[in-house]
Design a protein around this ligand. Structure first.
Ligand code: SF4
Length: 317
């Protein structure tokens, strides 16, 4: 195995979205169609939209097989093989062939893409082969898109949104969307309403609202506030979208552990809890409001309001 092959597959990494996943880094750092202001791998040094091969499909498969072997030896289960590179995975012209090869290993395939090339038929055809596809939709507004995602100059947002719609109509796997919310850039309620309207038409299995949790490419970037994140959640769910937060706490996916503090915090990491829901949880555990007062005091929870109702949300670290 060459040094390059060793760098391609990584993990397994535990994730709330995908269980135990082996990551496939099919793009060298950092080649992308975007240079998002919040990118955690820094500014994009090579921006391009033309697809090309970066590794051979055999190199990718060999690296992944070796990781699976290592995981098996440690008796770890693998739920997904996930294309999540240091750049945009659909820039890889071999993506479809790689998915075909990896599928033979009997593990489901996920791709996390910024959606920027989905207007190309060959990209859609490649993504159709995956079992789980996450599409980035930060905004549906041209100006905001330029501000937040800083696309390659020839890209057009209208083409991308049309491509996303077309893809959603034929994809039979799990379609996921992800929207990163940046303070004063794309977290204004009117804009969020439009994003939610667009996303609801895709009928995604799940929509994630995220905030930057690692140092962003641009130092001025700030995550949206807890208050605006709650508003975004309400706007999305009002449209019937199954929405969750991705804010850096993985939580315990809601089994009731019997530990009321842990349960409250892990639920609040995934979505806001309405006051009556909190009271119900406390009653079940035979506890009183002092627990909430303490969590508020310790800055672990925060009280926010939406439509004259109180919600409790996880305070960002
Ligand atoms: S699309 Fe992803 S990899 Fe590319 S710049 Fe944006 S956050 Fe970074």
């Amino acid at each position: 195995m060459t040094g390059e092959e060793k760098r391609i597959a990584f993990g397994p990494v535990p994730s709330r979205r995908l269980g135990q996943s082996i990551g496939v880094n099919n793009i060298p750092p950092k080649i992308c169609t975007y240079s998002c202001v919040y990118c955690q791998i820094g500014r994009t040094h090579t921006m391009q939209v033309d697809r090309k091969p970066f590794y051979t499909s055999q190199e990718i498969a060999a690296s992944v097989k070796q990781k699976i072997q290592g995981a098996k030896e440690k008796k770890e289960t693998i739920d997904y093989l996930t294309f999540v590179p240091d750049g945009e995975p659909t820039l890889d012209r071999n993506l479809g062939e790689e998915i075909d090869l990896l599928k033979k290993l009997g593990i489901k395939i996920a791709v996390i893409t910024n959606s920027s090339l989905i207007w190309k038929k060959d990209v859609r055809d490649d993504l159709l082969k995956a079992d789980w596809v996450s599409l980035k939709i930060d905004t549906v507004d041209q100006e905001i898109w330029h501000h937040i995602d800083r696309p390659y100059r020839s890209l057009k947002l209208r083409d991308i949104l049309d491509g996303i719609l077309e893809f959603s109509e034929s994809f039979t796997g799990n379609l996921i969307t992800e929207t990163m919310l940046i303070q004063d850039v794309n977290d204004e309620t009117g804009g969020l309403e439009k994003v939610a309207e667009f996303i609801s038409g895709l009928h995604p299995k799940k929509s994630y609202l995220s905030i930057p949790i690692r140092p962003p490419a641009e130092t001025w970037v700030k995550p949206t506030s807890e208050n605006n994140l709650n508003t975004a959640y309400q706007v999305f769910t009002k449209r019937g979208i199954d929405t969750e937060y991705l804010i850096g706490y993985e939580g315990n996916t809601f089994g009731f552990t019997g530990d009321i503090v842990e349960d409250l915090l892990s639920i609040a990491s995934v979505h806001p809890i309405r006051k009556d829901g909190v009271v119900e949880l406390l009653n079940k555990a035979n506890k009183d409001w002092s627990i909430i007062a303490k969590l508020l005091h310790e800055d672990k929870l925060m009280e926010v309001e939406y439509n004259n109702k109180k919600f409790y949300v996880r305070k960002f670290s």
